[in-house]
Design a protein around this ligand. Structure first.
Ligand code: VG1
Ligand code: CO
Length: 545
């Protein structure tokens, strides 16, 4: 088989963001665009780092075509063994499982996660390294540098590999294995949680759940685990068939985009006991009880406080990490347990070193992501199973578990306001204005809220010493309130401005107020400082979580 060397020229915009390279499908479909980026990844690896690879995606439009292209480039670059998920499907956490289980050099995940799909939607490419986690910034920067000078890529010709049946192939010295997308992942889950106990809970007929796969990758995983292995009814799974356009939905498990699930859980009569949803690539989770929403930050704190009750975590929690904008609820648990809670920049890649070094075994982000040291990605179904196991163990409702937590540790009222796809210039101006104001804020007070410090967050990785700067504006108040302002690194159109608000109430304080009302004084501070509504041209945020 001949290896073709294709002459190409650089694209200027192949800089990976918070989580891989994410662009509109149309951008990826431009001649050489995908190939340039893939070759740049391969050229940034040493030869020892490019022997084995797994490829899979969330099933979105262009997934199958992209897999065939990547496979041809991998063969031309001399990979010895490439695994591909059956039907081209692999969730992000499943890729992490497979890399670790088969000791592979890395994996390519085709997903734009929670961004919409279809011909007019988004596509994305993420590279994960041998620990199963997202490539660190040092590597993604190297790839970006390479994309600026790339002049050729290598590719072989030949028929497409059939993706719909498991099987083995050999092409030009490369072994190709099409593997079951679900079983390795499901087996690992069975080791971590008490499947017998959860099974009995479903069998009792006294417990029901609704899982919304949002027509994205988790449908087959949920069916195998929740229905086949744990005995939930078929009807427990909503939107369980992966579709290239996610049924025209927005596969983002939050209160706005998972509206059907939220409506079901808010029914006064006969709503399921647990509601959950996951995103495009299966790494996020939303947890709901009857008429009750668990903020992801609270979910992390509850998990930390209760992990020792579950089989995979009987040895307890050695340390926790949360991304900077995530609420400080987990810090309260860590303090009580006498362990450390690390604060990292947004993005799962910053947890990898801490997990590898054994400094933490639980971590999470406010953006519906939680996970543990079982892999190196956030894990949507893992979180759902964690909650199922916890409910089976405690025999309490979701709402009761969280209320009890607040009574023990206090409550961090928390909300994120997103202004999506606003004008880039306006967004940059707001950020630079607030940056300019930072030195004037310390000591200023708005009612009870006295500013203790204000900065632009930077992070020094305690393991490899690398420094990540400009990770978000923080206004920290003396009463443990916080306001965070940052720009999204995953959007593909305009700019998305994220505002994060938090206010702590101790156990003896007010624990049952309405979140948006409670936090309103903090919203007013941001408005006063940078006039977001007027300058974004929006009367309200597009998404409130
Ligand atoms: C968002 C979230 C961040 C998450 C990232 C990737 O990034 O805020 O917490 O790690 O998405 O998640 P940003 O830069 O848009 O705020 V996923 O599920 O897209 O892999
Ligand atoms: Co995701």
């Amino acid at each position: 088989m001949t290896i073709n060397t294709i002459t190409t020229s650089p694209f200027p915009d192949q800089k990976p963001g918070t989580s891989g390279l994410r662009k509109q499908v149309k951008v990826f479909q431009a001649p050489h665009y995908l190939a340039n980026f893939i070759q740049s990844i391969f050229d940034s690896l040493t030869s020892a780092e490019k022997t084995t690879l797994v490829i899979g995606g969330d099933g979105r439009y262009y997934n199958r075509e992209a897999i065939q292209v990547i496979l041809r480039i991998a063969i031309a670059n001399g990979y010895k063994h490439v695994y591909i998920g059956q039907h081209g499907l692999l969730s992000t956490p499943a890729v992490s499982v497979i890399i670790r289980k088969y000791k592979l050099n890395g994996g390519i995940i085709l997903s734009a996660s929670h961004n919409p799909g279809g011909p007019d939607g988004d596509f994305g490419v993420k590279y994960n390294v041998s620990n199963g986690g997202p490539a660190p910034e040092t590597f993604t920067n190297k790839v970006f540098e390479h994309t600026k000078t790339i002049a050729r890529y290598l590719i072989v010709e030949g028929d497409d590999i059939p993706l719909d049946d498991a099987g083995e192939y050999e092409i030009a010295g490369t072994r190709i294995t099409v593997i079951d997308s679900v079983s390795d992942y499901a087996d690992l889950m069975e080791h971590l949680f008490d499947f017998d106990k959860i099974h009995s809970m479903f069998n009792s007929g006294l417990f029901s759940m609704a899982f919304d796969a949002m027509h994205a990758v988790t449908g087959p995983y949920a069916r195998e685990i929740l229905v086949k292995r744990l005995g939930a009814t078929e009807e427990s799974i909503m939107n369980g068939t992966p579709l290239p356009d996610f049924g025209k939905g927005h596969p983002d498990p939050n209160l706005v985009y998972a509206a059907d699930l939220v409506a079901l859980m808010n029914q006064k009569l006969q709503s399921p006991d647990l509601g959950a949803a996951s995103d495009g690539d299966g790494d996020r989770n939303m947890i709901l009880g009857r008429q009750f929403f668990v903020t992801p930050s609270d979910s992390l704190a509850v998990m930390a406080a209760n992990a020792h009750l579950l089989p995979g975590y009987r040895h307890g929690v050695c340390g926790i990490a949360r991304s900077m904008p995530t609420s400080m609820a987990a810090d309260h648990v860590a303090r009580r347990m006498g362990i450390k809670c690390y604060e990292t920049p947004t993005g799962w890649k910053f947890f990898g070193n801490l997990l590898d070094a054994g400094l933490i075994n639980l971590c999470g982000e406010e953006s519906f992501g939680t996970g543990s040291d079982h892999i190196r990605e956030k894990d949507g179904l893992w979180a759902v199973l964690f909650w199922l196991n916890l409910i089976a163990e405690k025999k309490q409702s979701v709402a009761n578990i969280v209320h009890q937590h607040w009574q023990g540790f206090g409550r961090n009222y928390y909300s994120r306001h997103d202004y999506e796809n606003i004008d880039m210039t306006a967004a940059q101006a707001m950020l630079s204005d607030i940056q300019t104001l930072l030195p004037t804020l310390s000591g200023r007070a708005w009612g009870d809220n006295l500013v203790m410090a204000a900065d632009n967050f930077s992070y020094r990785d305690p393991v490899d010493g690398s420094l990540s700067e400009n990770q978000g504006i923080r206004i920290l108040f003396e009463n443990e309130s916080r306001i965070i302002v940052r720009m999204s690194g995953t959007g593909t159109q305009g700019a998305t401005l994220r505002l994060y608000f938090e206010q702590y109430q101790p156990p003896a304080g007010q624990l049952d107020a309405d979140t948006q009302t409670w936090l309103a004084p903090l919203f007013a501070i941001v408005e006063e400082l940078i006039q977001v509504k007027q300058r974004s041209g929006r009367s309200a945020p597009d998404v409130i979580t």
